[in-house]
Design a protein around this ligand. Sequence first.
Ligand code: CA
Length: 220
Amino acid sequence: MRVLLVEDDRMIGEAVEAALKDTAYAVDWVRDGQMAIEALASHRYDIVLLDLGLPRKDGLEVLRSIRGRDDAVPVLIVTARDALEDRIAGLDAGADDYVLKPFEMAELLARMRAVARRKGGTAGPLLGNGVLSLDMATKVVTSNGQSFALSAREFALLEALLIRPGAILSRSELEDRIYGWGMEVESNVVEFMIHSLRKKLGSDAIRNVRGVGWLVPKNS
Ligand code: CA
């Protein structure tokens, strides 16, 4: 998953960024509302973690701008504002869920998975296409009754493909799911990860559409 973290508090931002990277999410961190709007205009994210009290543009303004352009990106508000009217305003403005500071990192991660799953159209903790089944909490994939542990990058890539079985993702879209800003993209990393996933899951698990990208079959 590629995550936009919008947080002006350096300590919280660093802690969340580190935890997300540990979880194999690609993270872009911006520190004010205006930069958040610019990032969202130029990149596709799987989820936004949005603080409300922000310099330059308030988190609620950011949220209204996102929904005003019909962008359905999942938004999880992460804020110390616990007044009921703030929570209601956030949800009314189109937030998908709410986490109050201070929070436990494990809860934040669990809520992120839940919001991402709901947007992906799956209700359970598993992503799958009828052949493969990926547990988003444990990062274990099951295929034909066999379970395989995945590396962080293998997980990031397979998760991106399994969120929408049948959809073709290009090399740069897959790289976006593995790397955040400022990280050097190693050449052939996508091919390398696909190769190692196929070795575990079988060569039919991920299909290549020549010159376009890769997909997991919808229902094979
Ligand atoms: Ca703040």
